[in-house]
Design a protein around this ligand. Structure first.
Ligand code: AMP
Length: 288
């Protein structure tokens, strides 16, 4: 049987002015508002954020914007998947209230001259090292989304764990009155983290890809059991390389600052990985 829509198709607005007009009544009624920023090509990971937003606020705004300033010159901006109609169907099913879909000119008009330069968790030698300028683009666009939507809460996936810490820090440092919430990574049955970029994987690369999560799980377990992190990480890197990946990093870090993890037993730690297979760069992480 065809799925009948429980919800109305959300309204789509493209300018900041139309966005604010569409939200003004909610604002007058002081309805709590949640924002879920995305680059579209939506999958079940994104929808889990919308579900959490629905539970956490009265109104849910989803932004869809493939942000040019967070892509490097040799990255996949122009071929990034764009699936607008399917995205709107999924957001209708999930019950999103409003979709903000600006174009690049709306976000970066002629004469745009103000980029944020985050440090702290944006300068720790993880994705910042392999994607120079990436977090400047991310922090800038998210700050603009926050000041455009003015949500009470904003929900991001743990999937992009460094990004989440950068955004939490940015919102705190700029006194933006938005509570930034992280949500668990949604995975395929074989452990591969859902990602809009998984569509790039060839069948052979797709078959190899679950090694990332498998290695994270095995390594976290070994570290928790008291094995020296250096040895565990060296073994993990070998395992990932043997599956055909070119590894950017596999690192154990402090869960909040992302600085190299101290040797103590108490502090919360995170194991993070980034690696390339074919032309596709995948990232993943796990709590330790
Ligand atoms: P993106 O469209 O890739 O920029 O992602 C938009 C948001 O969805 C970010 O906060 C991501 O961390 C989050 N996200 C992406 N993949 C997943 C996943 N597999 N599980 C949970 N959240 C995710």
């Amino acid at each position: 049987m065809a799925k009948t829509a429980k919800h109305k198709r959300p309204r789509v607005v493209k300018s900041v002015k139309a966005l604010r007009d569409a939200m003004s009544d909610w604002r007058k009624r002081k309805l709590p508002i949640a924002l879920v920023p995305t680059m579209g090509a939506l999958h079940a990971g994104h929808i889990s954020l919308v579900d959490l937003a629905k539970k956490s606020a009265k109104k849910v705004v989803v932004s869809i914007f493939v942000n040019p300033t967070q892509f490097g010159p040799n990255e996949d901006f122009s071929r990034y998947p764009r699936t607008l109609e399917a995205d709107l169907d999924k957001l209708t099913q999930a019950g999103a209230d409003l979709v903000f879909m600006p174009d690049a000119k709306e976000m970066y008009p002629e004469g745009f001259s103000t980029m944020l330069t985050p440090s702290g968790p944006a300068a720790v030698g993880l994705d910042d090292k392999f994607r120079p300028g990436h977090f400047s683009g991310v922090a800038t666009v998210v700050a603009k989304l926050f000041t455009s939507v003015m949500p009470d809460i904003a929900i991001f996936g743990d999937k992009d764990y460094q990004q989440l810490q950068v955004i939490k820090t940015m919102a705190r440092d700029l006194h933006l009155p938005v509570k930034v919430i992280g949500a668990p990574v949604i995975r395929e049955k074989d452990g591969l983290a859902l990602s809009s970029r998984n569509v790039y994987l060839s069948a052979a690369d797709r078959a190899a890809a679950p090694i990332l999560h498998k290695t994270l799980k095995q390594s976290a377990k070994a570290i928790k059991q008291g094995e020296a992190a250096d040895a565990v990480l060296a073994r993990g890197r070998e395992q990932i390389a043997a599956a055909g990946f070119k590894i950017d990093y596999l690192e154990l870090r402090d869960a909040a600052t992302l600085a190299p993890a101290p040797e103590d037993k108490k502090s919360k730690k995170r194991l993070l990985v980034a690696a390339k297979i074919g032309n596709t760069r995948l990232i993943d992480n796990i709590a330790v």
